[in-house]
Design a protein around this ligand. Structure first.
Ligand SMILES: [Zn+2]
Ligand SMILES: [Zn+2]
Length: 243
């Protein structure tokens, strides 16, 4: 693994000479090599801290509640969710990572996830990180799936294998921004297919960029459980806050 990380650093250095790395917050070039973010921009980033929902990991405004308002109403299929950043503080960055090819941001996010959640995530002893798959046509159009890019960076940092061969998105779902929870669930029916009957995994971490209602992760978690996976966790880069 060490030689793999060294090889990656050499590769990364070579790439950075041709395409200088951009700051995940302001998108301007970051120098010198090895810096992943401007120190002034680092101060603008807000992490998930304080009381969080015991189920989905969303920050909650009072610490006498154990669960957020959503998780008190809905049963989730995953065991527990973790998230590193408050969505509002990195929303522009997530947009560029997702739609504008800024895959390099993933290295910064992986480093921060290791710092904030590394020991917790390692203690789960997950067999694999599973990025939320994108419908193939959509991925071909975009050129990459940001969940895969993030998963690879995080998997490399935490030394957890990334598996993209276990589950496939077999249907293009309509954008879910305007849908409520029940409509989202309906929209996701039969959206995924397991590749083979025997997944041979006991514990997985599903990875996505943003956590909103958790519907996509839930649908995947439901399928993993049906396939015999014992423990299903969720890891997302950013999460909103309940009111
Ligand atoms: Zn910056
Ligand atoms: Zn919750």
């Amino acid at each position: 693994m060490k030689s793999c990380k060294t090889a990656y650093r050499i590769f990364d250095l070579a790439v950075s000479l041709i395409y200088p790395r951009r700051c995940p917050i302001c998108d301007r070039i970051v120098v010198p090599y090895g810096q992943l973010i401007h120190s002034s921009c680092q101060k603008k980033v807000q992490y998930v801290d304080g009381p969080t929902c015991l189920k989905c990991g969303k920050p909650i405004s009072n610490d006498y509640e154990e669960y957020c308002t959503d998780c008190r109403k809905i049963r989730h299929f995953f065991d527990k969710g973790y998230s590193a950043f408050k969505y509002r503080s990195i929303s522009g960055s997530v947009y560029r990572l997702k739609y504008m090819g800024r895959q390099e941001y993933a290295d910064y996010y992986a480093r921060e996830i290791e710092k904030r959640l590394g020991s917790t995530l390692k203690s789960l002893h997950a067999d694999a990180i599973i990025p939320v798959p994108m419908y193939r046509l959509k991925e071909n159009q975009r050129g990459y799936n940001q969940a895969v890019v993030l998963s690879k960076a995080i998997g490399r940092t935490l030394d957890i294998p990334v598996r993209t061969d276990v589950i496939t998105r077999c249907r293009n779902t309509v954008p879910m921004k305007e849908l409520d929870v029940m409509e989202r669930r309906k929209n996701l029916k039969k959206a995924f297919i397991m590749n083979g009957n025997d997944v041979e995994l006991n514990c997985v971490i599903i990875l996505d960029d943003i956590y909103t209602t958790g519907s996509t992760i839930d649908e995947m978690a439901r399928m993993f459980r049906r396939a015999g996976v014992q423990k299903v966790y969720a890891l997302t880069l950013a999460i909103g806050q309940t009111t």
